[in-house]
Design a protein around this ligand. Structure first.
Ligand code: PLP
Length: 393
């Protein structure tokens, strides 16, 4: 039994014991190199093939369209830089939203600063949703890629990926140069349909540690015939797209984590997560005055709740909760430590001083009613005490 309460599942999750058990074997017993020709290596290779098959079935694609990477940061970099490098257009154009994860945003900014691309950063509405019409009106003759995240990591808002996919499919019918469509599905997997055919995406990124798998392993789905260059050189691994010895135990762990998402037990758990999260939102808004929910009330992934509390700093609330053994976040884990207000909250039109007062609470499969009662008991007191001493009043 943990003596702490974990509410930071958008940052990372625990490794499911079944995942851990499956991985162990490939660390210490079947430790062969999946590229070795001998039968010991081929056993490891078969384990990789099985995991690849599991992922491809889950995403509704062929197994040769699955590239294992070190996580979504690499998947997103590979997608953006790889597509740009292979493009025959002199200065191609990329469209993303203003609320993408830093690993997309900063990669696009980097490519733009280097003079390699033109970029459009789409606005979102006050709930954090991209308008499909804005995607359409931003398209140019030199557009080669649209990359819009499936669900936001800070406010959990879900984007109209299927709608954008349909739009681009139609537009591509009469275009000379194809516009590729990529989605960062890191925060959506396990909650939303990730079938790449129904989404209409050409590329999709995942990271195993967000769904009870290990850290340091991810996926980039790359549709066949996509013109993309590798980031790494020095081996023919991963269909020539990602050189380097395969991390067999982590790949096995990712495969098992995907299998577990499809079990009845996990699906039942989802209902539990939604109802606990709804109770949390209702009660926090009822018990704590001058508090607002960031993002959409309905159109958000089940585990996400994100609030702003007037006149106090999110960091102070986080520390108050930490003292009580409750772990939350003020935004994206990669941006914590930065004093800048969240680019996501600013893009939602939230004033800078209010954005600073935000707290993200993200639930997972092991959270209970007792966890919700615990935070509901301490949070109002923490907010009240901080407001008493706040110079911001
Ligand atoms: N994309 C999104 C939406 C994320 O939430 C994260 C992690 O927080 C990433 C990409 C990067 O994933 P990783 O750090 O596992 O590479």
């Amino acid at each position: 039994m943990n003596n702490f309460t974990y509410f930071d599942h958008a940052a990372t999750t625990s490794v499911d014991p079944k995942v851990f058990e499956a991985m162990k074997f490939y660390f210490s017993e079947k430790y062969g190199n999946a590229s070795s020709i001998h039968s010991f290596g081929q056993e490891a290779n078969r384990a990789v093939d099985n995991a690849r098959e599991t992922v491809s079935k889950y995403l509704g694609c062929d197994s040769e369209e699955i590239i294992f990477t070190s996580g979504a940061t690499e998947s997103n970099n590979l997608c953006l830089k790889g597509i740009v490098e292979k493009s025959e257009i002199e200065k191609p154009h990329i469209i993303i939203s203003k609320i993408e994860h830093h690993c997309v945003l900063e990669t696009v900014e980097y490519l733009e600063k280097k003079g390699k691309i033109e970029a459009t950063y789409l606005n979102v509405d006050k709930e954090g949703i991209v308008n499909t019409k804005d995607v359409q009106s931003s398209l140019k003759e030199n557009t080669i890629l649209v990359s819009i995240m499936y669900a936001n990591n800070e406010v959990g808002t879900i984007q109209p990926i299927k709608k954008i996919g349909k739009l681009l499919e139609k537009i591509n019918e009469s275009r000379k140069n194809k516009i590729y469509f990529h989605t960062d599905a890191v925060q959506a997997i396990g909650y939303l349909d990730c079938n790449v055919q129904s989404l209409g995406v050409d590329l999709l990124s995942l990271s195993a540690h967000k769904f009870y798998g290990p850290k340091g392993i991810g996926v980039l789905f790359v549709r066949k015939e996509t013109k993309i260059a590798p980031l790494h050189h020095g081996g023919a691994h991963e269909f020539g797209l990602r050189a380097g010895t395969l991390n067999v135990p982590l790949i096995v762990g990712l495969g098992v984590a995907i299998e577990l998402l499809q079990t009845k037990e996990y699906k039942n758990n989802l209902k539990n997560i939604s109802s606990l999260r709804d109770k949390l939102i209702t009660e926090i808004l009822r018990k704590i005055p001058q508090t607002t929910l960031n993002g959409s009330r309905e159109n958000r992934v089940p585990g996400n709740a994100n609030f702003r509390f007037k006149n106090i700093e999110g960091e102070s609330i986080l520390l108050g909760l930490d003292f009580e053994g409750i772990y939350t976040s003020t935004g994206s884990a990669c941006a914590s430590g930065s004093l800048k207000p969240s680019h996501v909250l600013l893009a939602l039109g939230i004033p800078q001083e209010e954005a600073h007062g935000s707290l993200r609470i993200t639930l997972g499969k092991d959270n209970t009613k007792e966890d919700i009662n615990k935070i509901l008991k301490v949070l109002p007191k923490i907010v009240k005490n901080l407001r008493k001493i706040s110079p911001l009043k």
